[in-house]
Design a protein around this ligand. Sequence first.
Ligand SMILES: [Zn+2]
Length: 274
Amino acid sequence: MGEKKNRLAKLKQEHPKCCFCGGSKDTQTIEHTPPKVLFLKKSRPDALFFPACKRCNNGSSSQDSFVSLISLSQAQEMLNEGAKFNEYDDYFKKVMRSVQNKNFQANKLFVDAGKTERRLKGLIREFNVIKLKPEAYTDYLEPWFAKQTIALWYKHTGRIFTENGAIRINHYMTHEKQIYANLISNLPIDFSSPAQNLSQGSWRTPDQFQYQYNFSSSQGIGLCAVELHKGLAYVALVSDRANYKFTDNASLISNDRIWRTSAEKGIHHTKAII
Ligand SMILES: [Zn+2]
């Protein structure tokens, strides 16, 4: 058997069920979450991989590319002309080309919102301002965030996220982090755990991917915060208690969707009932 087959056989043995759709489907593939495309020059350490059925693995390649595109466009290195600006800019263009070649049209997810001027590398330049349409959130960003949340839930609790579970996602930009940190300080969860990132030996990518995962077993809720390229970020409030309503914390969350998973549908959203 090849090395890849060996790895899959071992994963199936240790994790016989897909961790993304409630725990009733068999593991068929290895899912790397977050995906390679998110990382500059695909420099993703080979850590964080998860057991997935074929449906849960295959369903998200357009989402992977779109999240990568948006997070690269909001990367601190891009917005603040960091030392790796040129490297970022090249990779951003490459992902843009690959997105255009895929069978979905990313530009249909944008609304043109005029122009703005910014100083870049000492020169004033004009940039297009774009806004994301609602379906960019419902069909691409949020299901991707929900998948990430479910994967990290599995890693940190050791339990497959069940069909009873529910996730609410709030987006924020890194510069709004303090505002959000103040809001979530009202939750009965210690949010002081150290940030974690992908690493393999001395190979670490904290500039590209970081997360915090905190869980209160007495409250049955958790918080998953993920930051991509120190630009795009989200916080997910997550519970695996049946019919958890997020009532106490509803005011923290700006959108009205609840994300769930099931063997039948995989990761999907429903209207929140508050
Ligand atoms: Zn699955």
